[in-house]
Design a protein around this ligand. Structure first.
Ligand SMILES: Nc1ncnc2c1ncn2[C@@H]1O[C@H](COP(=O)(O)OP(=O)(O)OP(=O)(O)O)[C@@H](O)[C@H]1O
Length: 627
């Protein structure tokens, strides 16, 4: 028996396969099973043109046989086999793919897509095996041959005995090393796991004899090992089935089987696209957020398959951040994979798929919003913040996609409404879309700032999430209607001549008092003014300029210590009885007016949910007034 050397380049390549191409050792099994499946597919193609051959799908299988005593793992297939020459060229020259050549020579169709293309996968066996033996008999030969190698030193080929057509690969599993455990590749449970993970949708059954300890018949506490042959893979992926054959329950079961979430998914999307890039996808919109969703630990992404073989557990490129909650998978035969199948060579196909998927998710959400509001609200409860963050992020790039998916609580409807519903209801003379912010609907409801707008009969959107105002600032307007904070200086509410006249008079009347009050407050406020928006409450703090008080609160609570200040204005309700008290205080001297001004300013801070600078002084001030 003559030992043959691998070609010089092959030696280097083999070293690379063993040591650096694959990041996980377990993929050796994926590679050998894919080869076995390719070999059966080749028989199928041969039968199409060869009258002497019939292909009965049910008689083909792949079998795994772990044996701890001999430390071997045998993978047997009933495929096309290899002649001596094929062994020479396909296993003797690394990076020579018989499968690739086969694809070139045969017209590949019917979804029997050959997986192999690079001619390196087989050698992944050396990551776990110290010796690899291949015994194969080709469909074209009466004789069988044995190929054997212990790695870079070379290989031998000699005649062998094998009754049936097909290939048997015997891996002599390496001994454990200090930090490496190879025993796991002889364990039934582990092999099952690896098959499920990577090869669950291989078209042919992957079988293994599984040992189970069972109660011995006729006894109560005696157990015996029972061996049964199990098929480890599901074979037909749900996404390759016809949609009409599948029920909601099937999709829900698949969601659970895949551990996409513990909840019941809100909706699923099943796509079979036959366009420029062909792919199938099953996507789920979950109903509730995983516990770590809003943390750094959460990783978005879809599973990526190529021809039913898992390539990536989480491909982040397939989902934009704002739809990062979507779960599911994509299977495409059109991906250009790199040699380890762990990455893609071009992301063009992936980008096309991602773009389509993005569109479909939006459509689906819109549909739920329009047809099943209750379900959408449940979804929004979990992921509304994410959508709003999506509007805000990347300098508002995605606002067009997302604006119609937003909901806010409405002062009028007392429930969540869309921006479209708001704008549709706006009276003609209403200039802006009004909003007010606070920690909760109850709190916003009681805000004095909302009085005038409500009095006018206009609807107000309540912003109770920190992100709300930031997102809306990015949006700027919706259907050409600008957003306006109810606390802002200009509310765009038209006044008639008489009202304007009255306002001027009031300003003049109290000018001296307000100037004095502003002096007493110093730079705590930029102005003290007669309020146009208050009806029953005595005071309120509002903001001039771009930064609202709510934004000041949020930004200042962030860890990066960017201290910013809103231009606060103390507004006084001149129709309130408090005005008399203030005018009297002014007459009584600065001391008195200062006491009242501070009290009112601190009250306004409290209403806004802002901290009082000196609570002790504030309570002392109250006592002074009481005594
Ligand atoms: N079980 C098998 N039965 C028949 N032929 C096989 C078998 N395993 C490997 N071969 C032959 O050996 C060749 C090399 O296999 P290898 O796994 O290295 O590459 P590949 O499958 O062609 O490509 P890839 O690197 O993309 O997996 C295959 O193309 C095929 O012709």
């Amino acid at each position: 028996m003559e030992r043959r050397e691998f070609q010089a380049e092959s030696k280097k390549l083999l070293d690379m396969v063993i040591n650096s191409i694959y990041s996980q050792r377990e993929v050796f099994l994926r590679e050998l099973i894919s080869n076995a499946s390719d070999a059966i597919d080749k028989l199928y193609y041969r039968a199409l043109t060869d009258d002497n051959l019939t292909f009965d799908k049910d008689s083909y299988f792949i079998k795994l046989d772990p044996n701890k005593d001999t430390r071997t793992l045998t993978i047997t297939d009933t495929g096309i086999g290899m002649t001596k020459e094929e062994m020479e060229s396909n296993l003797g020259i690394i990076a020579k793919s018989g499968s690739h050549q086969f694809k070139e020579e045969n017209e590949i169709k019917d979804g029997h897509d050959i997986i192999g293309q690079f001619g390196v996968g087989f050698y992944a066996a050396f990551m776990v095996a110290e010796k690899v033996t291949v015994i194969s008999r080709s469909v074209d030969s009466e004789e069988a041959y044995k190929w054997e190698s212990t790695g870079p030193e070379g290989y031998t080929i000699e005649p062998a005995e094998k009754a049936e057509v097909g290939t048997k690969i015997i891996l002599k599993i390496k001994e454990n090393e200090e930090e490496e455990n190879y025993d796991e590749f002889l364990e039934e449970y582990r092999l099952k796991q690896i098959v499920k993970k990577y090869s669950d949708f291989i078209r042919y059954p992957i079988k293994m004899d599984v040992t189970e300890s069972k109660l011995k018949e006729g006894t109560e506490d005696e157990y015996e090992d029972v061996i049964t042959e199990e098929t480890l893979n599901t074979m037909i992926p749900i996404w390759k089935k016809n949609k009409s054959e599948l029920t909601d329950e099937d999709y829900e079961n698949f969601y659970r089987e895949k551990h996409y979430g513990f909840d019941k998914p809100l909706k699923h999307i099943h796509l079979s696209v036959d366009g420029a890039v062909r792919y199938d996808a099953i996507l789920y919109i979950p109903e509730s957020a995983p516990y770590n969703y809003y943390t750094k630990e959460y990783e978005k992404g879809l599973e990526l398959y190529s021809n039913g073989v898992l390539i990536m557990e989480k491909s982040p490129e397939l989902l934009p951040d704002y739809f990062g909650f979507v779960k599911g998978l994509v299977d495409s035969e059109d991906l250009s994979l790199n040699i380890s199948r762990e990455m893609l060579q071009h992301d063009r196909q992936l980008r096309t798929i991602a773009k389509n998927i993005n569109k479909r998710i939006k459509q689906q959400l819109k549909q739920v919003l329009n047809n099943d509001r209750e379900a959408y609200e449940r979804f929004y409860q979990s992921f509304g913040q994410q959508l709003k963050f999506g509007v805000y992020s990347d300098f508002g790039q995605h606002k067009e996609v997302l604006q119609d998916l937003l909901l806010f609580y409405s002062s009028k409807e007392k429930k969540l409404v869309t921006l479209d519903e708001y704008v549709e209801r706006m009276p003609e003379e209403q200039k802006y879309i009004y909003y007010a912010q606070g920690d909760s609907v109850d709190r916003v409801d009681k805000l004095p700032q909302t009085e005038l707008v409500k009095d006018k009969g206009y609807e107000i959107l309540y912003f109770t999430d920190e992100i709300d105002e930031f997102a809306i600032r990015m949006l700027m307007s919706y259907k050409e209607k600008e957003f306006r904070n109810v606390s802002s200086g200009d509310l765009g509410i038209e006044q008639d001549e008489k009202e304007k006249e009255e306002e001027k008079e009031t300003e003049k009347e109290h000018e001296e008092l307000f100037t004095k009050m502003k002096e007493l407050l110093g730079d705590k406020v930029t102005a003290v003014r007669a309020s146009k928006r208050l009806k029953s409450h005595p005071v309120v703090l509002t903001a001039d300029g771009d930064i609202s008080i709510e934004m000041e609160k949020i930004i200042n609570s962030m860890p990066d210590d960017q201290q910013i200040k809103a231009d606060k204005v103390l507004e006084i309700n001149v129709d309130h009885e408090i005005m008399n008290a203030l005018e009297q205080a002014k007459e009584q001297g600065d001391e008195h007016l200062k006491l009242y001004t501070n009290l009112l300013y601190n009250q306004a801070l409290l209403i806004e949910g802002l901290p009082i600078e000196d609570p002790v002084a504030f309570t002392n001030d109250i006592c002074k007034v009481m005594l």
